[in-house]
Design a protein around this ligand. Structure first.
Ligand SMILES: O=C(O)c1ccc(O)c(O)c1
Ligand SMILES: [Mg+2]
Length: 633
């Protein structure tokens, strides 16, 4: 598989873009003409710079408004083409993209366009160059790859071929199966881009909202399966016009791009076993079995406070690490229940994390079938491995880096990892602690800057067998927060990614105060939230107080029985309902700079996360913390 990316996809000047593209180990690059024009080096220097990075120029583009013109514009278009051919030869590339004409002067007519391309093919052939034709979704006469292909076919010239761009085909909803009939060797390059579904003008949608395959909602795997079936084996080139990427980190975006191509082709290979797909071997997407533990980094004082909060939720310290200042808190559940690890070591990664972020949930332990295979897949997709020196008697737990530089550990039941709690920990004397009926981690909420969300969406969905739900807007009194759910079908892994656009939101405040993205809340599941709430009250748990107005509205919206409504109100429980079932939520007050716990009960297959309640919960949390902008103490 030859991978390529258009310079237009990244921010920075040409030098920065090329460095990022090379660092992400792409094979080639599409030179977007404006990136060249804005650069102050000669074409030969640019060509040399690209080759010095070990990259090849897969395409020079775009050449606009060429086909179907009347004279004298027609002759001028050929003259323009000759000038660009000169430039291509100096740069050292043999393929030019002509996108379909959008000019009102264009006359239309398939044979007229084919004749123009035949002549262009003759001129290109004299110089050993090739030209590919791409249908823009908003082309004046040609806006469908089927028509572009018909023109290329009738042009009947070996130096004229077709260029497919997933965006233009999928945005118009054109049946991708029509691609299968095109001979693969007549396709000169394939451009790939995904996008969120939006009701808007095609040009605006294309120029501002494209994203990497797998980050959007277009059926890009179906598109690529059809392309693969043609026998095409040329470069797969990302061409992503995205306002956010233009201002983002070129390094990160390039890495995301490479990940998106590897993941896409891995998926295509699995879906089309009869085709020879050249993509590095990697284990399949990983089925998550559950959250095995969450680990906090803290100092002793804050660990004691956290312990008090955990105690008030029915947790108790049950084991101590054999050689480290690490304590395992646990509650409930025949299948292991919930494990919370508090790490107060004065050295190592957890300590570094504490020094940077303060007390924080820096690590997530995920239960999978095969921990080594999970890391193998993650690494094949460019994830950063995490390794830390371990002492004799400690397990080397396979791990990778996650959101905000945190760690994701993997535990499986096929190796000694299954016995990690026995091997590394010794039991503490039993304490008569009352369980509050919390049985599992329901979901983990990670807060990040809005710009990071697509990176982590792709990270999680490419490594794990998970899907993303449509993004929802959550209104915070200080601004909008975007919330994106990533979940496995059976709910064994549920993540909510919350993207903050400014610091006035609770999420934005959390990022600013804890110096980066991280887990902001953990939701535990109860099978009877009213019973849980009653125990919590006895244990001294302080719930987040919800406005009485909320309960008046609940009654109006759902017509709940007054006895239930009364219980919800007494215990500050929030309520939601979907087609399947009901949802109950109870929140802790904030711990530290905006971290909190949630307790939920899902009844009868409720699938959501209570998004409708989020604004009221956030408003209550904001009432409960110090006024924003005020000094800490
Ligand atoms: O938006 C454009 O004009 C444009 C140009 C070249 C392309 O390959 C493309 O897909 C879009
Ligand atoms: Mg294109």
């Amino acid at each position: 598989m030859k991978t390529s990316i258009a310079t237009v996809s990244l921010s920075g000047d040409l030098r920065e873009k090329l460095a990022a593209i090379a660092a992400a180990s792409f094979d080639g690059v599409e030179i977007f003409e404006n990136d060249f024009l804005a650069f102050d080096g000669t074409p030969a220097e640019v060509g040399a710079m690209i080759r010095d990075h070990g990259l090849e120029i897969t395409l020079f583009q775009p050449f606009r408004d060429f086909e179907g013109l009347p004279e004298p514009q027609r002759s001028r278009a050929f003259d323009r083409a000759e000038r660009k051919f000169d430039l291509m030869q100096e740069l050292g590339t043999d393929l030019m993209l002509v996108c379909s004409n959008v000019s009102p002067a264009a006359l239309g007519g398939i044979d007229r366009a084919a004749a123009d391309f035949h002549e262009l093919g003759e001129r290109a052939a004299k110089r050993g160059l090739r030209v590919g034709y791409e249908a823009l979704a908003w082309g004046r006469h040609i806006n469908d790859h089927r028509d572009a292909w018909e023109i290329v076919r009738r042009a009947n010239h070996p130096n004229i071929g077709l260029i497919l761009d997933s965006f233009h085909t999928l945005a118009r909803g054109i049946d991708v199966e029509t691609i299968r009939a095109i001979p693969g060797d007549r396709i000169f390059i394939v451009q790939l881009a995904d996008a969120p579904r939006m009701e808007m003008d095609l040009l605006q949608w294309s120029r501002h909202y494209r994203n990497m395959p797998g980050q959007g909602e277009l059926p890009i795997t179906d598109f690529m399966r059809a392309v693969a079936a043609t026998g095409y084996n040329g470069p797969l080139s990302l061409e992503i016009f995205n306002d956010q990427f233009r201002g983002g980190s070129p390094k990160t975006i390039a890495i995301d791009g490479k990940r998106s191509l590897l993941n896409l082709m891995d998926e295509v290979r699995r879906a089309e076993p009869a085709l020879a797909i050249d993509v590095p071997a990697m284990p399949d997407r990983v089925q998550v079995e559950g959250v095995e533990f969450v680990e906090f980094a803290a100092n002793e004082e804050e660990a004691a406070e956290l312990g008090m909060l955990l105690s008030s939720m029915g947790f108790s310290p049950q084991a101590r690490h054999r050689s480290k200042d690490v304590v395992l808190w646990r509650q409930g559940g025949a299948e292991g229940g919930i494990n919370i690890v508090i790490n107060t070591e004065r050295e190592g990664f957890a300590h570094s994390s504490y020094l940077v972020h303060g007390t924080n949930a820096y690590a997530l332990g995920i239960r999978v079938e095969d921990a080594q295979a999970t890391v193998a897949r993650a690494r094949a997709l460019g994830a950063e491995p995490f390794e830390q020196k371990h002492r004799p008697g400690e397990l080397a737990i396979p791990a990778i880096r996650g959101v905000g530089g945190g760690v994701i550990y993997f535990i499986d039941s096929r190796s000694e990892l299954a016995r990690v709690w026995e091997i590394e920990f010794e039991a503490l004397p039993e304490r008569a602690t009352k369980s509050a009926g919390l049985v599992a981690v329901d979901h983990v909420a990670q807060t990040m800057n809005y710009e990071e969300m697509l990176t982590w969406v792709l990270f999680y969905t490419s490594i794990f067998r998970t899907e993303k739900l449509p993004m929802v807007d959550v209104v915070d009194p200080g601004g909008l927060v975007r919330s994106q759910v990533i979940e496995s079908e059976d709910g064994a892994l549920r993540l909510t990614l919350n993207g903050a656009e400014n610091r006035k939101t609770l999420a934005g405040h959390f990022i600013a105060e804890s110096f980066g993205s991280s887990i902001q809340h953990l939701a535990f599941r109860s099978e009877d939230i009213v019973a849980t709430a009653a125990v919590l009250r006895k244990l001294g748990f302080k719930p987040l107080e919800i406005s009485p107005n909320y309960y008046d509205d609940l009654e109006a919206r759902f017509g709940l029985e007054s006895s239930l409504l009364e219980k919800l109100k007494v215990f500050n429980i929030l309520y939601d309902r979907d087609e399947a079932g009901e949802y109950f939520q109870l929140y802790s007050t904030n711990y530290g700079e905006g971290f909190f716990f949630e307790i939920v009960e899902r009844r009868a297959g409720y699938r959501g996360y209570g998004a409708a309640n989020a604004p009221f919960r956030i408003a209550a949390q904001k009432r409960a913390i110090r006024p924003l902008g005020m000094p800490k103490r």
